[in-house]
Structure formats: structure tokens, C-alpha cells
Design a protein around this ligand. Structure first.
Ligand code: PFF
Length: 462
């Protein structure tokens, strides 16, 4: 029951909560959320557009100093409260302090991200079929570009692929946390690693691969500025699924004996490994065939098919590559949609089935604005951006960092060290006092200050 205000309906009912059932399940689901199109679609093109290795260094720093502590904080809060993102902050905050609004902002962020994410995922699923049929097998980027243009500028196709993806994700979520999310991610994650290794090794064996590697690993500091640092930090938030209650929600499904800092570190390391492997799979191939890495969001859909078409056995590898991307997108979308679904179940007291259907309907509506961004609504711009670009920018560069600051301040200044210590050490079972000390110091002072500075400077307000 809540310490304050109305009890959440599902708390009052006193039902036992669905959750992850094994240590591997926890890891697979959490990694499934972190790993996604962020690694395979966003990371390569953002790194390409922002100068390669120099950007990578800033991104690594953002992951360690900002991403890691915020992720630990979110998971810990969720596990303590065993509730959805809004209820968790209501339960753990002192009476009459509106920290639960952070959870509400998280639900909003989930809808914004899911709107454009499900669209890109729709393109990926469409490309699995196109790759299988050999439709996009051309080494001429003009032809692959025309094929991509035809897909995204057809309103019906764009909408149908997006809604198809939403139905798939909704169907899995309806099966529950253990039987849906955990069961599916336990199968998908190993598959993802195998596919990525196969493609990475293939790409490294190409002639001229060294140029791609040096682009990824030799820093060019001249491209760095405040805006680029903000993008790197936004990417760290997006990558680790933090700042919007996703990890609070998944934390609430964690088992009590799970070592939270160790699990978080593993997830972060594995996520970085996937991004690097994706970079290693993509850049050498891009350079080897004389393409440009700065192609932007279309890198995955225009350059990559042309690259695969240029290599021996490219057809097979292209199919594998898009299956891999679809697999990665699925785990991430499950966690995105779980945020509003769990809040609806927890706060409105409706069944999981209804909450999922309601979320899907809302998303089909809001998401359509992104799906139609390249056709019917191409001319509609807010702040000079299409809905697709606006939702992407708003979520990564504003909503998630703001959510991150609030989580840090809440744990550092409101919840306090003794509660964090008790929660992170599994009530004294783990001897991790030093880890708790460092996490607490970061959360209380360093991380929120860093996020605020990067945001203000990156947005040009400082
Ligand atoms: N981390 C996912 C990716 O990198 O693709 C995207 C994401 C999932 C962002 C879940 C936010 C979230 F809550």
C-alpha cells in the first residue's frame, strides 16, 4: 500500500506480481531493452556523422559517468517498490512531493520514442522480406535509395508495417512478464550475438577494412563541440533505456537476490560490445566498398544493402543482418511499451490485456504522425522538424536527460544514502560498501551536474 494518498488498485488487490524468474532471464530482458536499433541503426550513423572515434570517447565517458549510476538508481528504486514507474516514485517519496510526475513524463517519453522507433522497426521488418526476395540486392546506392524512398513515401506501406510491428509486440506483452518478455528475450539475445559475430567477422575479412576501423578508433577532436557532447549523452540515455522509467519498471521484476550493480555493469558492457561489433560490422564494409559513413539515418537502409550486394555471399549476409536488426528492435520495444502498460495496470487497475490494447491504440494514432512523416505529413514541420525528427530530438536530448537529473536528485537528496545502501547491498547480504559509496557520490553531486551542464551548453543556453 502507498505511504500516501490512494493505494494503487493492484497493490490493494494484494496480487502476487509477475516478474523475471532466473538470473539469465533478468540479464536477457534487461539487455534486450538496452540493445536495439540504438546499436545498429543510431549508433553507427550518429558516430559517423559526428567524427567517429572522438565521439566514441565522449560517448564512453557519458555511459560511465551518467548512464551507469542512473541505471543502477532506476533498477534499485523499481526493485524496492515492486511497482510501475509512477507508483514506485509515489511509494518511495515523502507525502505530498510530486516525484511521481517523473513517472508520468516517462510514459510520455515512451510514447514519443515508440512512435518513431516502431516506424524504423517497421522498415527493418519490411527489409527482412525484401532481402529474402532479393528486391534490394543492388550495389548501386541510387537504386537502393530509390527502393527505400518507395517504402517510406508510401503512406499505406509505412503505416501497415508500423502497425504490424505494434501488434507483434503487443501480442508478446499480453503473455506477461515471465511468459512473454522473459521467454522471448531469452531466445532472442543469444541469437543476436551469434548473428552479430558472424557478420562482424565477415566484414573484417573484406579488403580495405582497415580504413573503417581507423575511422572508428582514431579520434578526430576537431569535430567535437557542445552540441556533439549533448548528442553523445543523449545517445547514452537512449542506449541504456534510462531517464524514462523503463529501468524502474524492469527493476520491479528483478529478483531480490539479484546483484544490481554487477548486473547493470554486465548489461552496460554487453551493450557497448554490441555497439562496437555493429560498428565493426558496418564501417569496414562501408569503407571497403567506397561508401560514405556520414549518410545519416538512411545508412542502414541505403548504404548497407549496397554494401552487402557488393560482397560475395552478400544476399545471405543481408538477410542475416536485417533479421538481427529485427531481433534487436523487438527486445527494446517490449520494454518501451511495458512502461505505459504497467502504469495502466498499476494505477488504473485494468487488466494487462486491456492496458496493452489501450496502449496499442494510442500508439497507432500518435505513431502514425511519424509513419507519415515522409509522405502525407512531410510538409508539416514543428521547430523546423518533421514529427519523426522532433520526437527523436525531444526524447533523447531533453526528456531523458531531465528524467535522469530527477532520478539522481531523488536518490541523492530525498531517498538518501542509508536506503540506497540497504537496497543495493540486498539488505546487507552483499559486501559492496565501496560501490555504494561511489554510486551515491555520483548520484548526489556529479552526475546531475554533468547532465545539467551538458544540456544547457548543448542547447546553447549557457
Ligand atoms: N535502448 C534501446 C536502443 O538502444 O535501441 C532504445 C530504448 C528502449 C530507449 C527502451 C528507451 C527505452 F525505454
Amino acid at each position: 500500500m502507498s505511504k500516501q494518498g490512494r493505494p494503487a488498485p493492484n497493490e490493494a488487490a494484494g496480487k502476487s506480481r509477475d516478474g523475471f524468474t532466473s538470473s539469465f532471464g533478468v540479464l536477457a530482458a534487461t539487455l534486450g531493452s538496452a540493445v536495439g536499433l540504438g546499436n545498429i541503426w543510431k549508433f553507427p550513423y550518429v558516430t559517423g556523422a559526428n567524427g567517429g572515434a572522438g565521439f566514441l570517447v565522449v560517448y564512453l565517458l557519458a555511459t560511465l559517468l551518467v548512464g551507469l549510476p542512473v541505471m543502477i538508481a532506476e533498477i534499485t528504486l523499481g526493485r524496492r517498490a515492486k511497482a510501475d514507474a509512477v507508483s514506485t516514485l509515489r511509494k518511495l517519496a515523502p507525502a505530498r512531493q510530486p516525484w511521481w510526475l517523473v513517472g508520468v513524463a516517462g510514459v510520455l517519453a515512451a510514447f514519443l520514442i515508440m512512435s518513431f522507433y516502431s516506424e524504423v522497426a517497421g522498415w527493418v521488418f519490411a527489409y527482412v522480406f525484401k532481402a529474402l526476395r532479393g528486391d534490394i540486392l543492388s550495389s548501386d546506392p541510387k537504386l537502393t535509395s530509390a527502393a527505400f524512398g518507395a517504402l517510406i513515401s508510401d503512406p499505406l506501406q509505412a503505416l501497415l508495417w508500423q502497425w504490424g510491428v505494434l501488434l507483434l509486440i503487443g501480442g508478446i506483452l499480453m503473455c506477461g512478464v515471465a511468459k512473454g518478455i522473459e521467454a522471448v528475450t531469452k531466445k532472442l539475445m543469444p541469437l543476436l550475438f551469434i548473428l552479430l559475430l558472424v557478420i562482424g567477422v565477415r566484414s573484417l575479412m573484406l579488403p580495405g577494412a582497415a580504413a573503417g576501423l581507423s575511422f572508428l578508433f582514431t579520434p578526430d577532436w576537431s569535430k567535437l563541440n557542445a552540441g556533439v557532447v549533448l548528442v553523445a549523452m543523449g545517445l547514452a540515455f537512449f542506449k541504456l533505456s534510462i531517464g524514462m522509467g523503463t529501468m524502474i519498471t524492469y527493476g520491479s521484476y528483478f529478483r531480490d537476490e539479484q546483484n544490481v550493480p554487477a548486473t547493470t555493469l554486465r548489461v552496460m558492457a554487453a551493450d557497448l560490445f554490441v555497439s562496437m561489433l555493429a560498428g565493426i560490422a558496418i564501417f569496414p564494409a562501408v569503407f571497403s566498398f567506397g561508401f560514405k559513413p556520414e549518410a545519416g539515418p538512411s545508412l542502414l537502409f541505403i548504404t548497407i544493402p549496397a554494401v552487402f550486394a557488393s560482397m560475395p555471399m552478400g544476399h545471405l549476409f543481408m538477410v542475416l543482418f536485417f533479421v538481427l536488426s529485427a531481433v534487436a528492435a523487438t527486445g527494446a520495444m517490449l520494454s518501451l511499451l511495458e512502461v505505459p502498460v504497467s502504469v495502466m495496470v498499476g494505477r488504473l487497475g485494468i487488466s494487462r490485456l486491456r492496458a496493452t490494447v489501450l496502449s496499442l491504440l494510442l500508439l497507432a494514432l500518435v505513431g502514425a504522425s511519424c509513419a507519415l512523416s515522409n509522405s502525407t505529413l512531410a510538409g508539416v514541420k514543428l521547430f523546423g522538424m518533421t514529427f519523426f525528427d522532433l520526437f527523436d530530438y525531444l526524447s533523447s536530448n531533453i526528456l531523458l536527460p531531465l528524467g535522469g537529473i530527477c532520478i539522481c536528485l531523488f536518490v541523492g537528496w530525498v531517498w538518501g544514502k542509508s536506503k540506497l545502501q540497504a537496497a543495493l547491498s540486498n539488505d546487507g547480504t552483499l559486501a559492496n560498501g565501496a560501490v555504494v559509496g561511489v554510486v551515491y557520490l555520483l548520484l548526489k553531486c556529479i552526475t546531475p551536474l554533468l547532465i545539467a551542464l551538458v544540456m544547457l551548453k548543448g542547447l546553447g543556453w549557457l
